[in-house]
Design a binder for this molecule. Sequence first.
Ligand SMILES: Cc1cc2nc3c(=O)[nH]c(=O)nc-3n(C[C@H](O)[C@H](O)[C@H](O)COP(=O)(O)OP(=O)(O)OC[C@H]3O[C@@H](n4cnc5c(N)ncnc54)[C@H](O)[C@@H]3O)c2cc1C
Length: 315
Amino acid sequence: MILSYIEIADGDIKKTSLEVAQMAAELAKKMGDSALAIAIGKADVTKLALIGNYGISTLIYVDTDVSISKNIATLVANIATKNNASTVIFPKSIMADAVAASVAIKIDAAIVNNVVEIPDTANGFSVKRSIYTGKAFAKVEIKQAKKVLVLRKNAISTQPTSDIASVETYKEDISTNHLKITETNKTKGDILLTDAEIVVSGGRGLKGPENWHLIENLAKALGAATGCSKPVSDMDWRPHHEHVGQTGVKVAPNIYFAVGISGAIQHLAGVNSSKILVAINTDPEAPFFKAADYGIVGDAFDILPKLTLAAKNYR
Ligand SMILES: Cc1cc2nc3c(=O)[nH]c(=O)nc-3n(C[C@H](O)[C@H](O)[C@H](O)COP(=O)(O)OP(=O)(O)OC[C@H]3O[C@@H](n4cnc5c(N)ncnc54)[C@H](O)[C@@H]3O)c2cc1C
């Protein structure tokens, strides 16, 4: 049995979890096994059933407001054991990383993080993972019977069908005595940076917070989330939750626009899972151009209004 862990955010399945479901379904098919999903949280059952679009026929749903990794890991490990899961696949997120590590210990599994492909099972169980903040790949042979895999964002392309999964509710009393979350303040913004299909990010080249409407206008026209470089959030031009990079949020959109961002290695470490990188910079020697798929050498103050207008016209 291949078990996929489905994350819920604001009542919906997160995009990265759709990729996990697809990977679990394809891996199960390859191994002549079956695939099951588990979702823990608060969600509409009809929305959860849509996981069937990604090859999962049954989803086990635990309707709870428990959001502490230790408790979630207990639930996942128990369900994995009850269903004799050989492999549990998690999406990449701060919470899922913690749960995955804990589940691996509980079920005595080998764990591989940053997986980028469906494992090769032709001769053993070989997993390709990204290393050195996405600059290289490694192949890992897993010998252990039980495996926990954490899938890197945007690594698997999904092909949704119109199939619907059956949702089975599961109840288990898990103690929450050791820790209780009493208040949660969510970051504002229409589109979650970590889930966004398109991100428009600004750096010090924007000169000041008073110019951020240029970034926001392009983001709005494209249906994108906004991000920034570290110095920009350090100077309080933008909130810290928008800081992208090695020490900030790691994003994996289909398109990442870096506007007035030099392309320091610490920034690139947070964006190199993006499918397409677009750099806009006045300096043709800016390091970002070496990483970018498309580059515009020019002044952000000229280019951004033009791109925004073009995006509006296109839409
Ligand atoms: C331990 C450590 C961790 C770090 N972690 C991170 C991290 O997570 N994320 C991160 O971003 N940084 C991080 N940094 C900082 C990083 O090294 C860089 O200093 C930072 O990314 C630079 O930000 P920037 O590109 O916005 O600014 P700058 O380096 O000042 O670059 C500004 C760019 O804007 C261009 N520009 C200027 N005017 C215009 C214009 N009108 N139109 C278009 N382009 C223009 C310039 O040519 C330049 O390339 C870290 C550093 C350290 C030491």
